[in-house]
Design a binder for this molecule. Structure first.
Ligand SMILES: Nc1ncnc2c1ncn2[C@@H]1O[C@H](COP(=O)(O)OP(=O)(O)OP(=O)(O)O)[C@@H](O)[C@H]1O
Ligand SMILES: CC(=O)N[C@H]1[C@@H]2OC[C@@H](O2)[C@@H](O)[C@@H]1O[C@H](C)C(=O)O
Length: 362
């Protein structure tokens, strides 16, 4: 088994999640400590700016390179703070653009920034990185990547089960009784809500969903959003963090009051999850919710109303919803080192299971 440290900077841009996990990529030995190192306001703002600029930026743009260096140093700081010995780091980096081309090998693009050479030098540990490129190059969605780890974690749970991650974007993993995996992005989750909270109240996010709980869902905006073709599109499918921004503007969301806007975004998030469930081969026995969205009481209430099955935070089965994605990248790093598949036809739509990632020595 390898002692790994998984590092994830998700689409919420809230900070680096780091987790220690002992694994050979197939089984989990020990789960160790984890932490989140939140970005300071300046780095968070610059990363958010990068998302808007990414489509037109050359890879050697000075602003991009400066952000990449700062992002990498932040990750190194997270590793040092964790203070655990490691044989391998799994470094996701920060997605700034995601445009896969389903079923068209060589046509899609997914872009995670992060300087693996610098991270390996700063931590003196080999770094596995660039986990999504091979899958997109082979015609896969390049996301989600966590299902292979969730399947190991969920081995002892009654099936079918649905694991819902509510980060900036939402994604779900459905695991059937025979171990069948179906995973895909559900729709926007905290991303548009965070942008809305920042614009309307100045806060980084709607703490505990209080703003949304004080508002009313706007029927006209909802009706417009629910017509988005992503909801009925069959999986595999994945999203860029900004994919719904235009639809939200066109639906007239910008004209809503702060509370009604938040309430409407929350209700839409729950509707996208209900729409996702229509793609499952059979209903799950329960939904286990991970990611920051599980702390948003408005989202959890809306999910409970929209789904017929029980909806609970993953802590109910003893998992740590703040560490899960980081732990996944430790396992993905070990799988990459062993040449094991990271993605499958049922998770990214790649034609056959393939490995991915590259390893950079210190
Ligand atoms: N107490 C809380 N109340 C409401 N929302 C919260 C709370 N805590 C966290 N969040 C939300 O969760 C988000 C962070 O979630 P998470 O860390 O799962 O995202 P991520 O890892 O960046 O995303 P992704 O899964 O897209 O990679 C915050 O931006 C915020 O919107
Ligand atoms: C391209 C990209 O970075 N996608 C993220 C994003 O955030 C949530 C969702 O969209 C998911 O598909 C993915 O992250 C997790 C870690 C994954 O790949 O499983």
């Amino acid at each position: 088994m390898l002692r790994t440290i998984g590092l994830m900077s998700g689409t919420s841009l809230d900070g680096v999640d780091a987790a220690w996990i002992e694994t050979d990529g197939q089984a989990i030995g020990r789960l160790g400590p984890s932490l989140t190192l939140p970005y300071d306001a300046e780095l968070r703002r610059d990363l958010r700016k990068l998302l808007d600029l990414a489509a037109d930026l050359p890879a050697d743009d000075p602003f991009l390179l400066d952000c990449e260096r700062r992002l990498t140093e932040w990750h190194a700081e997270a590793v040092l703070k964790l203070g655990q010995p490691a044989d391998l780091i799994g470094f996701h980096g920060q997605t700034i653009l995601h445009r896969p081309a389903a079923g068209q090998p060589g046509k899609g693009r997914t872009w995670q920034i992060g300087d693996a050479t610098l991270l390996a030098r700063l931590t003196r540990v080999p770094v596995a990185h660039d986990f999504r490129t091979a899958d997109v190059a082979a015609g896969g969605q390049g996301a989600p990547l966590v299902p292979v780890f969730q399947a190991v974690l969920a081995a002892g749970l009654p099936k079918p089960v649905a694991i819902l991650n509510l980060g900036g974007v939402g994604n779900v993993t459905w695991i059937g009784s025979d171990g069948q995996l179906l995973a895909f992005d559900t729709g926007p989750a905290n991303g548009p809500l965070d942008d809305w909270a920042r614009r309307s109240t100045g806060a980084d996010y709607d703490v505990d969903g209080r703003l949304a709980l004080a508002g009313q869902v706007d029927g006209a905006v909802m009706a417009s959003l629910l017509r988005h073709p992503f909801l009925t599109q069959p999986p595999p499918k994945s999203l860029d963090r900004l994919d719904f921004d235009r639809a939200l503007r066109e639906a007239g969301a910008d004209a809503l009051s702060p509370a009604d806007g938040a309430a409407t975004l929350v209700a839409f998030c729950a509707c996208t999850v209900a729409a996702a469930a229509r793609h499952f081969p059979e209903p799950p026995l329960q939904w286990l919710v991970t990611g920051g969205g599980r702390r948003n009481a408005a989202i959890m209430r809306a999910l409970a109303a929209a789904l017929p099955e029980p909806v609970r935070p993953v802590e109910i089965v003893g998992w740590d919803g703040d560490a899960l994605e980081a732990q996944a990248f430790g396992v993905l790093a070990a799988r990459s080192a062993a040449g094991l598949p990271l993605t499958y036809p049922g998770t990214t739509g790649v034609p056959e299971p393939i490995t991915g990632g590259r390893i950079t020595a210190p």
